[in-house]
Write a protein that binds this ligand. Structure first.
Ligand SMILES: Cc1cc2nc3c(=O)[nH]c(=O)nc-3n(C[C@H](O)[C@H](O)[C@H](O)COP(=O)(O)O)c2cc1C
Ligand code: SF4
Ligand code: SF4
Length: 256
């Protein structure tokens, strides 16, 4: 089983490459959350891959919230468990955070990897230049090919050091929790064409279409920026991120 979360496609790309090489099944976290499926069973001899984006140096809140409710049963033996983080500039402490968070659920990763792609945090990073984006994607693709080989060889003990002290990572996490407020999204009503994609693709059903316009109906979300990046009319802004452009990984088909 390859469990993944992806808003703009980088993690979906990695998950798909691994699924193809491993002949394994893809499980989008978004579907588990939407369908309230909190019991995961990894069959005897089955492997578990977890592929996640780095948010504020750690795991996205959607993953942490899911784990709080989830049980993960590793049935029998011979499971190879691995974790892959994608990131844009620094992976921070996500690997050690993931190791701890999943260990609490009885999952001990044999190896942990990271692949650097385009940074989709538009409030800060400019994603307007397709040539630069492509270069970053090519780097991610190369690192993904290496990770696929390491996974195929069932490499054990691979990890990377934390990039910041625990206290700094805790501060980053607190900051993330502070800013993931939906009131910070701004809709340009004139641009919006009422297609409803922002609402359909939101992993936490935070957006509701009312009179053909999106309304954020919950106070907080996981801040994946899927609504922002995927809007075909560039009608959603978050913290002036639109000035830096929208991004989706063109190598995958993103579903709702
Ligand atoms: C809320 C948020 C926080 C992020 N924080 C970090 C970070 O701390 N370090 C980093 O390198 N990239 C960060 N990123 C960038 C993503 O980790 C990166 O672009 C990832 O590959 C996106 O995955 P996706 O395309 O599957 O959604 C952040 C992105 C978002 C939306
Ligand atoms: S995706 Fe964009 S255009 Fe479509 S409903 Fe949402 S805001 Fe409007
Ligand atoms: S409201 Fe937008 S940023 Fe927040 S979880 Fe939904 S799609 Fe992601």
């Amino acid at each position: 089983m390859i469990l993944y979360f992806s808003a703009t496609g980088n993690n979906k790309y990695v998950a798909e490459q691994l699924a193809e090489a491993e002949n394994d099944k893809l499980v989008p976290l978004k579907q588990l959350v939407r369908n309230k499926l909190y019991q995961l069973k990894i069959e005897n001899g089955e492997n578990l891959g977890v592929i996640m984006p780095t948010y504020w140096e750690g795991l996205p809140s959607i993953v942490l919230d899911y784990l709080e409710k989830a049980t993960i049963e590793l049935s029998g033996k011979n499971h190879y468990c691995y974790f892959v983080a994608t990131y844009g500039c620094d992976y921070g402490n996500i690997l050690s955070t993931a190791q701890k968070a999943f260990a609490e659920k009885g999952v001990h990763f044999d190896s942990l990897y990271a692949a650097r792609f385009v940074d989709n945090w538009s409030p800060y990073y400019n994603v307007k230049d397709p040539v630069r984006n492509r270069r970053a994607e090519e780097n991610g693709e190369k690192e993904t090919r290496e990770i696929v080989q390491q996974v195929l060889h069932r490499e054990k003990g691979h990890s990377l050091p934390d990039q910041m002290m625990g206290v700094m990572a805790a501060a980053a996490k607190a900051n993330y929790n502070r800013i993931r407020k939906t009131k910070l999204f701004q809709l340009n009503q004139e641009r919006c064409i009422g297609c409803g994609l922002c609402a359909r693709q939101c992993p936490l059903s935070v957006i509701e279409m009312q009179q053909r316009q999106p309304v954020w109906i919950k106070e907080k979300c996981t801040l994946c920026l899927g609504c922002f990046h995927r809007c075909p009319a560039a009608a959603i802004d978050y913290d002036h991120g639109l000035r830096n452009g929208q991004y989706v990984n063109q190598n995958v088909v993103l579903d709702d």
